[in-house]
Design a binder for this molecule. Structure first.
Ligand SMILES: [Zn+2]
Length: 256
């Protein structure tokens, strides 16, 4: 059976001299992995090797979900949506940090979603994120977009962190506290107040400005790079706790 879907490539690895195994995040089917036979041949049916972050319409046959699907068509959405088929290269020419933000988001999407588990809203958020990062004026704007996408991803997969009150004692966090001492705990999946902090071994201490930002995400847009990088460091730590290893792209964002 052939399935048509909108898709963004989130991973592409060589399978042989001429073929690749590609992972797509699709709108209606969710994540799928497929073999793209002959994609590396000069006259490939896909217009050249498939690249991570390319976006378009795909057709794939997926009769047996235990096995890799077979990609039969890839039609780039470049002309309509602005992302080129060879998305990586065009981004790379423009801005390496923007590219790294997109690759980090793709890696996390791959780590946190399951195959054949559709998240159409998350697909739209990811596509919008890719466009917005390319249009972003500077590094703080890219970081703010990345943080919002990461939080949207966590929410979609059922892991939305608790940021409005202490995840342990439920004391409301107003974001206006003047005293120090707000923490984040991955095991509690949220902010932890100073009174509860001793009970959490895995706590991550936050500055007042970072904690205020998390409690009120509208502050992200006007926050300095230092605060945004601190939140990214926290999120990289949190994703490490959630997945069991530090995402590979994290070092390109927090310690460039
Ligand atoms: Zn508390």
């Amino acid at each position: 059976m052939l399935t048509k879907d909108q898709a963004i490539c989130i991973r592409a690895v060589d399978y042989s001299e001429t073929s690749q195994v590609v992972t797509f995040f699709t709108k209606a089917t969710g994540k799928i992995s497929a073999i793209a036979k002959g994609s590396k041949r000069p006259k490939s049916a896909f217009g050249g090797p498939l690249e991570i972050l390319s976006h378009g319409r795909i057709v794939f046959s997926d009769s047996n979900r235990e096995k890799l699907a077979t990609l039969t068509e890839f039609e780039s959405a470049a002309s309509t949506a602005g992302l080129t088929p060879h998305g990586t290269q065009s981004l790379l020419r423009n801005d390496l940090f923007a590219l790294n933000c997109c690759l980090f988001a793709a890696e996390l999407l791959n780590l946190l979603t399951d195959e054949h588990d559709p998240h159409p809203d998350l697909f739209d958020s990811f596509l919008q994120f890719l466009h917005d990062v390319q249009d972003a004026a500077d590094k703080p704007e890219m970081l703010a977009l990345l943080i919002l996408f990461q939080l949207a991803l966590l929410k979609e997969v059922g892991l939305q962190p608790i940021l409005s009150h202490c995840a342990n004692c439920r004391t409301r966090y107003e974001g206006r506290e003047t005293r120090d001492g707000v923490y984040f705990s991955s095991s509690a999946n949220g902010l932890i107040c100073r009174d509860c902090e001793p009970a959490f071994q895995d706590k991550f201490r936050l500055s007042k400005s970072a904690a205020a930002c998390l409690a009120n995400l509208r502050l992200l847009a006007e926050s300095p790079q230092k605060t945004l990088l601190e939140i990214e460091e926290l999120l990289a730590h949190h994703f490490t706790e959630l997945t069991g290893h530090r995402p590979k792209m994290a070092k390109h964002i927090v310690n460039p």
